[in-house]
Design a protein around this ligand. Structure first.
Ligand SMILES: [Zn+2]
Length: 353
């Protein structure tokens, strides 16, 4: 029995009495369990946990889901109330209601919170500190009809390279005149440093080393997220300023295709690309910038000048040189031009009516 309503009918009384939970809290516990299984089942269906019969999948299916003591806990407005003026929250706990608990946030977040907070908040304990994660529901900004598209190519050496279909570079990154590349140098250096430190800590296997490891991993994730936010903001601001739309590779497709061949390739990078795509998408939506997802197949091998597709068009990691028409360009800029062109086509097709 996995559905929230069914579960509630059968276990609500037990959960409430046995653990001394208030009515709302007991319902949240049940819903959290139901949600966790819904996510698990969706992952199983889409094959993210391996093929049927695989060791990984069998192992996941054989064990019940377990929640960490510090795992995120959802609270609705009945269990947690916000007082924006006093900047405090009142929160229900198993030890009774705690009133006047001070909270803080950046000035931007406070404004957003006061105007648009909606629904449940998650309470999370991280490294001994408590965080409230609130959902803000922002009104839709109408999408402006784009005057051309800028394509975004995602890579490891250059996290993001932007170019238009006709090859005029835009933006404020480290440009070469034609196409703008957002370097992954700093991020890769930090990752490398973290990896070294991780290896040393992992070898220790003490409790404090494990704790330190966890903290490092979060720090690295925060750094990557910060980098992605900065790049996404630059790309969206520039697109808004020039009246262009943004074309992004459909990353889900890439990830699934790669996963079938070499699972070790998709680690932090795949996650980071996915996050950058997500950041660009939501920032674009907030700015009313048109966004089109394009098929990423052969964007790196196709010539953006004549359309000729060949593996030999890529003599090196960084260089593109068309074996048919002789067009030469930085490989990432060429890919970004292809993505931009596909974005324009995609937009035209979906807006033909
Ligand atoms: Zn060519």
């Amino acid at each position: 029995m996995f559905r929230n309503y069914d579960l509630r009918r059968h276990v609500y009384g037990q959960v409430k009495d046995r653990y001394g939970l208030a009515a709302q809290a007991a319902q949240h516990v049940i819903k959290k369990v139901a949600d966790a299984y819904a996510t698990l089942h969706a992952n199983l269906r889409s094959g993210h946990l391996g093929r049927p019969g695989s060791v990984r999948r069998e192992r996941v299916q054989a064990r019940p889901i377990v929640f960490r003591p510090g795992a995120a806990q959802p609270f609705d407005d009945r269990c947690l109330s916000w007082r924006m003026d006093a900047r405090t929250v009142s929160i229900w706990t198993v030890g009774g209601r705690m009133k006047g608990v001070a909270f803080t946030a950046s000035a931007d977040q406070l404004t957003l919170l006061a105007a648009h907070r909606k629904g449940e908040s998650d309470l999370v304990c991280r490294d001994g500190r408590w965080f409230l994660i609130a959902t803000c529901d922002l009104p839709d900004v109408p999408v402006r009809a784009p005057d051309g598209f800028v394509g975004v190519d995602l890579g490891i050496a250059n996290i993001a390279t932007t170019a238009t279909a006709t090859g005029t570079g835009t933006g404020t990154g480290t440009g070469t005149g034609d196409g703008v590349r957002h370097s992954g140098k700093t991020l890769n250096a930090v990752r490398h440093r973290h990896r070294e430190l991780r290896r040393r800590l992992q070898a220790k296997q003490t409790k404090s080393a494990r704790r330190l490891l966890k903290r490092r991993r979060r720090k690295e994730a925060r750094f990557a997220a910060d980098t992605n936010h900065t790049i996404a903001r630059r790309i969206v601001t520039e697109a808004a300023r020039t009246g262009r739309g943004i074309a992004l590779e459909d990353l889900q497709g890439i990830r699934d295709r790669v996963r079938l061949r070499k699972p070790q390739r998709v680690t932090l990078h795949a996650w980071s690309f996915h996050q950058l795509g997500h950041f660009i998408a939501y920032k674009a939506a907030r700015a009313g910038v048109a966004l089109v997802w394009v098929d990423p197949a052969y964007t790196s091998q196709a010539c953006s000048a004549c359309g000729h597709v060949a593996k030999n068009n890529r003599p090196g990691q960084e260089t593109f040189a068309c074996t048919s028409c002789g067009f030469a360009e930085h490989a990432d800029v060429n890919a970004a031009r292809n993505i931009a062109a596909r974005g324009e086509t995609g937009w035209a097709v979906s807006h033909a009516a």
